[in-house]
Design a protein around this ligand. Sequence first.
Ligand SMILES: *Cc1c(COP(=O)(O)O)cnc(C)c1O
Length: 354
Amino acid sequence: MSYPQVLIDLHKIRHNANHIVNLCKQNKIEVMAITKGVCALEQVVRAMLGGGVKKLGDARIDNIKHMRNKGIFAPIYLIRIPMLSEIKDLVFWADGSLNSEIETIKAISEEAQAKGKIHKVIVMVDVGDLREGFLPEDVVEAVGQIINLPGVEFEGLGTNVGCYGGVLPSCDNTNILVRLAKEIEKKYKVKVKTISGGSTVTLDLLEKGNLAPGVNQFRIGEAILLGTDTVNHKQVPGTFQNTIVLKTEVVELKTKPSKPIGRIGRDAFGNIPHFEDKGLMKRAIVALGRQDCMIEGLKPMDATIQIIGASSDHLILDVSKSNGIGIGSVVDFNMSYGAMLGTMTSKYIDKTFK
Ligand SMILES: *Cc1c(COP(=O)(O)O)cnc(C)c1O
């Protein structure tokens, strides 16, 4: 067993997936499980499928390719707006994608036609978070262009909030999609099959009964993987937390002053550090650093331990109040979604399962 490592509890993730799928099913909502947070690790994806997930989404073609090569044949969507340079791979590996540019959708149409495929397109609508999507006033006209393109199937509308602008989902902003869908159905006499109304942050709206009726898909990552909802700053009811734990090893344990000795310049990252003099302190260093993950997103599972700071390869902890820590001890951390992303892409961190 080598450290640092993330220990992924597949049973808890399967439970979380199952809970979210059932909750959504009761509300006639389909779940697209989002796998990017764990780089589409096969074991995790299989746990999601085991929990009843029928559709997958990822932001990277590489991850989609990985899933296909592992024999995962559920429908998979690319959920980041595709690059023109990846259209060939997109059409080959994915069943559909979220889109916001006519030029790109035309390129998909040509490639799909050339390969004799039908690629599903969900048109993204920007309801105010100002990340991706057509502005609402441009959607109906854009869909008019897409429905006539060969090789692509206009599947529906989608939106994303809470990611860039921090805009919270509401009855009003989810209703923009439903209203546009009705307008499209009336004007073009087509069925808008999918109304993809949000992500983990939108579960809160469902719980409170404020989701616009008509939304029939959620794209869920964080609630399944971590049981948390960062944007609403809460745990998702009915899910397990402690699903993915970061385990690190203590390499130094000493009592030292809490205020550095000498003239203070900049730290290794160019910042001027400030220290409070708390007297002598029992300090542990674990072998983990900023090169491995976003330290600010870590929380020691032992509440008596506090993070003091980190450099690229060392994480310094105040362990004055904890007993039983020695050289070689393992210290466990919960991670935010942001910290988890880093650990998953770091080749220095082992991925283990239970
Ligand atoms: C990452 C992502 C999601 C999933 O968000 P969670 O907060 O993890 O549920 C959904 N949709 C898009 C477009 C995304 O990029």
